[in-house]
Every structure is written in C-alpha cells, then in structure tokens.
Design a protein around this ligand. Structure first.
Ligand code: NAD
Length: 311
C-alpha cells in the first residue's frame, strides 16, 4: 500500500511524539517537521530523518496529511489553510478558540472531502473504551484531571487545556442535553484559570462534577460513574477499570477489568491513518471537538457569571 506522506506542525513537547509515531508506523512517511522555533525544528527533523521547514504553508501541496500540535490560539489559522489545500488534519484539542471557527473548519473538511480528527485522545484508552460500553444511564459522573504546573499551553485556561477531555467523555456517557452549569475557576499562576470545578445538571436528572487543575502536586486522571446497581472507576493513566456492582440486596461484588497497556497516541494516530485509507468517519470528528468546545465555553461563562447567595 502507498505510504501516506505526512508532516507534523509544531514539534514541541507533544509534537515530537507525533513525529516519532509517523516515523515509526509502517504506512506513513514523515516528510516534514515544521516549527517556528528553528533550533527545535532541526533537532526533531534530524532525530526522525525528515526535512525541517519553518513555514508550514510551503509544504501543504507536498503532503497527504498533517498533525497540528501547536498552541490552541494557532489551531484555526493552520487547520483552515490545510483543509482548504485538501490535506487531512489531525488537530490537537481544543479544536479552536471559538464556535464559529470550529464550524468553519467542519465545513471546510466537508467541502474538501478530507478528514478532520480532533485530539481527544482518551477515546483510544482501552479502559475508557470499556467504560463507554458499560455505562447505561449515569446518575453521577465524577472526573479529576490534574497535574503539576508546566510553562506550556498557557494561551488557554485549564478548562480548554485539560477539562475539555472530560467534557468530551461526559457527552459520550450522558447524551442528554445540559440544563444547568455551576462553575468556579481561579487564575493562580498564569493569567487564565489554572484550577476549575464545574457541576453539570442534565435534562435527564443526571449530574457531573468535573475538576481540573494544572497546578497540582501530582498527576491524576480519574473517572467515576455511578448508576443504578453499579459504580465504575477508571484510572486513565493506569488504564485500569474497577466495576463495583450489586449482587443482591445484601451483597456487592467487584470485577477488575485488565487491559493490555496501550500507547494511546500510537492508537490515535493509527486510527487517523486508517480513517484516511478506508475513507471512514473518524472516531473523534470535528463535531465532537466543536461540542466539547461549546460546553467548555459555557463553563467559562458560568465562572464569570457565578452568583453568590447569602445564607
Ligand atoms: P509546546 O509549547 O511544547 O509546543 C508547541 C510548539 O508549537 C512549539 O515548539 C512552538 O514553537 C510551535 N509553534 C507555535 N506556533 C507555530 C506555528 N505557527 N507554526 C509551527 N510551529 C508553531 O506545547 P505542547 O504541550 O506540545 O502542546 C501543543 C498542543 O498539543 C496544544 O494544542 C495542546 O493543547 C495539545 N496537547 C494535547 C494533549 C492531549 O492529551 N491530547 C496533551 C498535551 C498537549
């Protein structure tokens, strides 16, 4: 089968791993790495035997697909030009800064007949995939996504940086529309929210509590789902799932589901390439990215408009 010619735009902390995967995968040829940081661009190009280019616009007619792994504020501008040039795009999250930009990208991909996949990577986590199969009608979803401070991705708040992963999963687990959001956010180190807590009430009565922090002493990525007769606990980092369920009125039991630990970035990129080859719809398409962004922006709104009541 003909190799798919790819480029990675933005080879900072995460982009270097996109480059590594494309270099290693059987069906891809990593032709270019692009970064405005010239020293970094050369370092990664040399490491993965590809060409260094500072301006991504020069190579859009020479590749079939790109990964965009640049800061969020640049996503729309780069993705728009790439999609218009007929290039398949794996775009890191958040899809864009605004809903109108997201809608425009979705439309461009449709018009050009190319793939737009958004980097909500947890969909490729085997424990999250199992969770999606097991959940019926969640009464309560709890998610914690936290990690130590890093001087990266500070162009957006922790809601668009971290919580958006759990917002996206929440929408898959409970498809009911959201009725109400209460949220608090604090800017502690950066000038954007670094800590965020949001409580969602769904039309079907379900509730979700999502908590995100990028100034936490330790890394944590956990999901808990409570519904009639069962409680499921997922550790996304460990890729483990524990299912506590009611056996009868007096007893509960617990099953640990064991998965072969997977490199989820390889799985995500593999899926992107397969989607291109088989001309399929991506597992995480532009609409999923747009819907997660829409809710994330509502969380921001709830934070700025939060009202106090005196008791
Ligand atoms: P980073 O700051 O380490 O890297 C960004 C790189 O992009 C830098 O090397 C920078 O020089 C380069 N860049 C900036 N503007 C550019 C342009 N116009 N053209 C080419 N290169 C440009 O950041 P990071 O942590 O690697 O994050 C990058 C993106 O990946 C962000 O959108 C972030 O949200 C996303 N991300 C996603 C996940 C995930 O789990 N899916 C995890 C981490 C980061």
């Amino acid at each position: 089968m003909k190799k798919i010619k790819v480029a990675v735009i933005g080879v900072g902390n995460l982009g270097q791993f996109h480059a590594e995967k494309y270099h290693t995968l059987e069906h891809t040829a990593l032709c270019f790495v692009c970064d405005i940081n010239q020293a970094r661009c050369h370092e990664i190009a040399e490491r993965y035997q590809s060409k260094a280019i500072y301006d991504f616009r020069k190579i859009l007619d020479q590749v079939d697909a790109i990964s965009i792994v640049t800061p969020a504020i640049t996503h729309y501008g780069i993705a728009k030009l790439a999609l218009e040039a007929g290039v398949h795009v794996l775009l890191e999250k958040p899809i864009s800064e605004t809903l109108s930009q997201a809608n425009d990208l979705i439309q461009s991909a449709e018009e050009q007949g190319v793939i737009l996949q958004v980097g909500h990577i947890e969909h490729f986590n085997p424990a999250v995939q199992k969770l999606k199969q097991m959940v019926n009608k969640p009464k309560l979803i709890e998610a914690v996504r936290a990690g130590p401070f890093q001087p990266r991705n500070l162009d957006v708040s922790v809601v668009l940086d971290l919580m958006i992963h759990d917002i996206n999963i929440m929408h898959v687990l409970n498809k009911s529309p959201i009725r109400e959001i209460q949220a608090t956010g604090l800017a502690i180190i950066s000038d954007q929210y670094d800590v965020a807590n949001a409580r969602f009430t769904f039309e079907d009565g379900g509730i979700a509590h999502l908590s995100a922090s990028r100034i936490s002493p330790k890394k944590e990525r956990t999901l808990k789902v409570y519904e009639a007769n069962q409680h499921i606990f997922v550790d996304c980092q460990e890729q483990t799932l524990f299912n506590y369920y009611k056996e009868n009125l007096m007893e509960t039991d617990m099953i640990e589901h064991v998965f072969d630990k997977r490199d989820i970035l390889t799985a995500e990129i593999d899926a992107f390439i397969e989607t291109i080859q088989l001309k399929q719809k991506p597992m995480v398409d532009g609409i999923a990215g747009r819907n997660a962004l829409a809710t994330a922006l509502q969380v921001h709104k709830a934070m700025t408009e939060s009202k106090k009541i005196l008791v």
